[in-house]
Ligand binder design. Sequence first.
Ligand code: HEC
Ligand code: HEC
Ligand code: HEC
Ligand code: HEC
Ligand code: HEC
Ligand code: HEC
Ligand code: HEC
Length: 369
Amino acid sequence: MQYIRFKLTQEQMANWSVGTLLVSDEPALPAECNPPPRRNGSREASGGMRFWCCLALACPALIAAVPSAELCRQCHAPEYEAHVRSAHFTAMKPARQSSFAQGLNGLTLRESADGYEFLYKLTAEGIAITAIRGTRRGEGLIEWVIGAGLQGQTPLVRTPQGLRESRVSYYPKLERYGVTFGHPAGVSSSPEAALGIAETKGEAQQCIGCHSSGVTDDLEPAVPGVQCWRCHDGALEHANGGDKPPFNPGKLSADGQVLFCAECHRLKAPRTNDPGNVRFQPMRLIQSRCYKNSKALACTTCHVAHHDARRNDLDFYNGKCRGCHAAATIHADARGQGNCIGCHMPSVQLHPALRFTDHYIRIARSKSP
Ligand code: HEC
Ligand code: HEC
Ligand code: HEC
Ligand code: HEC
Ligand code: HEC
Ligand code: HEC
Ligand code: HEC
């Protein structure tokens, strides 16, 4: 197997474009690994299907070729232990294993104002979804659910017309299902619209590409979750005894590292002037004078690599500010002992269940963009 990284143009970057294409150049598989017929009846054997089939059927000869973070564990235990607990590791899950699936049993969901009703059924392949309103009806299959579940989980719905971003998401903090962030409220105009918003192939590839470690041509994730080798190019060869050290983003300049993380966390927003853009940390951070004038502020100045953001640990982050600012001279008053983050990196509630931290460090006037 060989991973090919897309080189991003500025235009692609603006379009959220990102991804790794998995090109399968393995020899033909033993007969028992041939994929089961697909729903449309074709037996098209893509790299992705073969890959999963082998995982499921445990073809011993090929299992060794399946990359896994386990490969790194024996030599990099601390990084491994942190990473497997992080949202990167679980950024996408097989549908039945997701929190989205857990509460569905016997649940009836319906759009307000007598709109579409959603029926879910767990099947061997995932979660079957039917959207019904009167005589109108749409059906799809959820094989993958996107999102580690820190804030939300959104399924991808496979329909005869292609993949859709589900209209219904699960919000763990509220312990409830709701309309996906960014989707229109109200009654859906058609059964298809009730299933979700259509994704072009390119969009679906980007979506899976950011939440996994590679995506096949027929939109199967190579390995779900942002895995070690997604950030450490060359790590698989290194783990297999290669003599070149893998790429280490910790050795990039501050600019370089911000760009690196921005491949997924985004430097440019798909829509300008959208308050939701506060969730694109790199795009916000680079506007800060701290970033522009210090030339030293990187994501890892404040975030320990391999870990999620630390919650409720203001001392930790305020300590980072104090590393560059002598707080007492800047704020002779009580603010010098206060919570720098609360005033200069306020958190923004985008939706009842979604809260992000504004990484544009500044003298934040209320509602200033
Ligand atoms: C058999 C032991 C072994 C395995 C397996 C292994 N590594 Fe390493 N790795 C090392 C050693 C030893 C070094 C230190 C090399 C050095 O500093 O010159 C290293 C260094 C690294 C570095 C730092 C490179 C740098 O230039 O700073 C990264 C990143 C890394 N490994 C990632 C991985 C990942 C990811 C995996 C799993 C896919 C992995 N390693 C598997 C032994 C291993
Ligand atoms: C391949 C895409 C990708 C790259 C590259 C990437 N991330 Fe992420 N990151 C994600 C995704 C996707 C999530 C959200 C996972 C989820 O919740 O589903 C995430 C989550 C995180 C979180 C946890 C968020 C939380 O709520 O605690 C932190 C922190 C983070 N990333 C920092 C970084 C930093 C720093 C870098 C660069 C060194 C980086 N990421 C590079 C895709 C990426
Ligand atoms: C350009 C890369 C990129 C693309 C494309 C992308 N995401 Fe994400 N997604 C991220 C990152 C990075 C995060 C982490 C955001 C954070 O915590 O700040 C994230 C977070 C999420 C979360 C919230 C996870 C949580 O609980 O914290 C969901 C749900 C999600 N994405 C779904 C999707 C879906 C569905 C698609 C495609 C239809 C998609 N994303 C496309 C990068 C991407
Ligand atoms: C989201 C991107 C990302 C992922 C995924 C990731 N790393 Fe890293 N890794 C980093 C960054 C960034 C650094 C640099 C940290 C620093 O310099 O502070 C790093 C540094 C390292 C180092 C060098 C540590 C040192 O002391 O110099 C090793 C070894 C490593 N990672 C191993 C792993 C292993 C093993 C995995 C999977 C279990 C993994 N990484 C997953 C981003 C990532
Ligand atoms: C790597 C060093 C560094 C770190 C870390 C850092 N800053 Fe800064 N910050 C700077 C520099 C340099 C400037 C610009 C000073 C100048 O131009 O006079 C600045 C400017 C500022 C400004 C003025 C912004 C404006 O637009 O007028 C504020 C407010 C600020 N920092 C707050 C913080 C807070 C809060 C933190 C922690 C979350 C922080 N800084 C972390 C280096 C840093
Ligand atoms: C000056 C410190 C600082 C820097 C630099 C920084 N962050 Fe953060 N980040 C924070 C703080 C503070 C939080 C909120 C922690 C909490 O939830 O209490 C946070 C939260 C996050 C989250 C969780 C979602 C959210 O928005 O609350 C992600 C993802 C993230 N940062 C990614 C990044 C990336 C990527 C970079 C580099 C472009 C970066 N951060 C640089 C301080 C920083
Ligand atoms: C209660 C809100 C609040 C807290 C807490 C706070 N600041 Fe400020 N900060 C401000 C305001 C407002 C300004 C604008 C100047 C002023 O009013 O004094 C400012 C200005 C600044 C400046 C720019 C000074 C200049 O001359 O351009 C820096 C740097 C700064 N703060 C850093 C910090 C750091 C570091 C902390 C934490 C130790 C912190 N602030 C805590 C509200 C706050």
